[in-house]
Design a protein around this ligand. Structure first.
Ligand SMILES: CC(C)=CCC/C(C)=C/CC/C(C)=C/CC/C(C)=C/[C@@H]1[C@@H](COP(=O)(O)OP(=O)(O)O)[C@]1(C)CC/C=C(\C)CC/C=C(\C)CCC=C(C)C
Ligand SMILES: Nc1ncnc2c1ncn2[C@@H]1O[C@H](COP(=O)(O)OP(=O)(O)OP(=O)(O)O)[C@@H](O)[C@H]1O
Ligand SMILES: [Mn+2]
Length: 309
């Protein structure tokens, strides 16, 4: 994984625009899928997502990046104090300038950011998950929270009652659906990255599922692909798709200018599951990703779905 270029430690005179440009470059570098989605957004919203992406990526890199072995609980405690400084309006490093500006534009709450750090603390201490409920907590913290952060930027569309007595506008905040998309993305990411995670001694697949499908940890570490593996993976894929389906129901509640980007990001990431199936569940020898032509095929389909009420 590419290392984030070191941001300048002190904020000499970098501008807000240069900070957002740095965030744009990082998002484009690390996640083609989400970057493509942000390009479909109005400028203020896509810059805000870039700022959030970089904070999330830097947080993840503390435990997942090249310097992870230097990271301790104290490191994450300090990172949380840095977060509090950002929410107090005091950026400490160049990219923070973009997030401070984003916080002035959008009603972001600090709690999902704190929960993301709590998820990274889990990664420091755990490399096995006994049940899906255990894994769900981890997925909520590292990915469901991203849905909550994103929702604050994406916005919701007021629904004006159609009948005479429904003159007041009602807002339905698709919170659960946003969390569901985060969970779906994380479950997809786990299935895509099974190979590289086992190389680091990590198993995110619930051990209760391995037992249920009679597939051992030893077989997993040896990358054994047999009928039990295929059935175990298909079970995981179907569960991830259930979360995508729940998420889809919430997109119609988002602001109109957020629906195409979110449908696009959802379809692109969900497409990874189809690639895993096409690859016969071989996630050990090849990385499942959606080829560029297919990514651009999804764009008009996502647009049509974003128009449907
Ligand atoms: C289009 C849009 C609004 C996207 C949001 C982009 C964003 C801010 C993503 C942050 C991702 C990130 C770096 C989180 C840190 C922890 C982590 C790595 C989480 C996993 C992401 C994988 O990213 P990537 O594929 O780059 O990882 P690799 O290094 O390549 O393995 C996660 C899988 C979490 C992703 C979760 C989301 C993007 C949340 C999606 C939910 C919404 C956008 C809410 C939409 C609203 C409704 C109502 C459905
Ligand atoms: N972490 C990684 N390890 C190895 N190869 C990668 C990694 N990330 C991307 N690639 C490679 O980059 C190319 C694009 O893959 P992909 O679309 O997944 O990019 P990405 O930036 O990781 O997008 P996303 O993270 O949103 O899935 C592919 O050739 C893929 O193999
Ligand atoms: Mn990536």
């Amino acid at each position: 994984m590419l290392q984030l270029p070191k941001p300048e430690k002190t904020c000499s005179q970098p501008s807000v625009e240069s900070a957002y440009e740095y965030c744009r470059q990082i998002t484009a570098e690390y996640s083609k899928t989400f970057y493509l989605g942000t390009l479909l957004m109005p400028k203020a919203k896509r810059q805000a997502i870039w700022a959030i992406y970089v904070w999330c990526r830097r947080t993840d890199q503390l435990v997942d990046g090249p310097e992870a072995e230097l990271t301790t609980i104290e490191t994450l405690d300090q990172w949380e104090k840095n977060l509090e400084s950002i929410f107090a309006g005091s950026p400490l490093e160049h990219p923070d300038i973009a997030l401070v500006d984003t916080l002035q534009r959008f009603p972001l709450d600090i709690q999902p950011f704190r929960d993301m750090i709590a998820g990274q603390r889990m990664d420091l201490k755990r490399d096995r998950y006994e049940t899906f409920d255990d894994l769900y907590l981890y997925c909520y913290r590292v990915a469901g929270t991203v849905g909550l952060m994103s929702n604050a930027v994406l916005g919701v569309e007021p629904v004006i009652g159609s009948s005479p007595w429904q003159k007041n506008q009602t807002l339905h905040e698709p919170t659960q659906e946003a969390i569901a998309l985060g969970i779906a993305n994380q479950l997809t990411n786990i299935l895509r990255d099974v190979g590289e995670d086992t190389e680091r001694g990590r198993i995110y697949l619930p051990l209760e599922d391995l037992r249920a499908f009679n597939y051992s940890e030893e077989e997993l570490f040896n990358g054994v692909i047999n009928e039990n593996w295929r059935q175990l993976m298909q079970f995981q894929i179907e569960r991830a798709r259930e979360f995508y389906t729940q998420a889809e129901r919430g997109i119609r509640d988002l602001s109109r200018d957020s629906r195409w980007p979110v449908w696009t990001a959802l379809m692109l990431y969900q497409g990874i599951l189809d690639v895993i199936e096409r690859n016969q569940y071989d996630v050990f020898n090849q990385r499942a990703y959606v080829p560029k032509p297919k990514k651009f095929f999804y764009l008009p389909v996502a647009w049509l779905r974003s128009q449907a009420l």
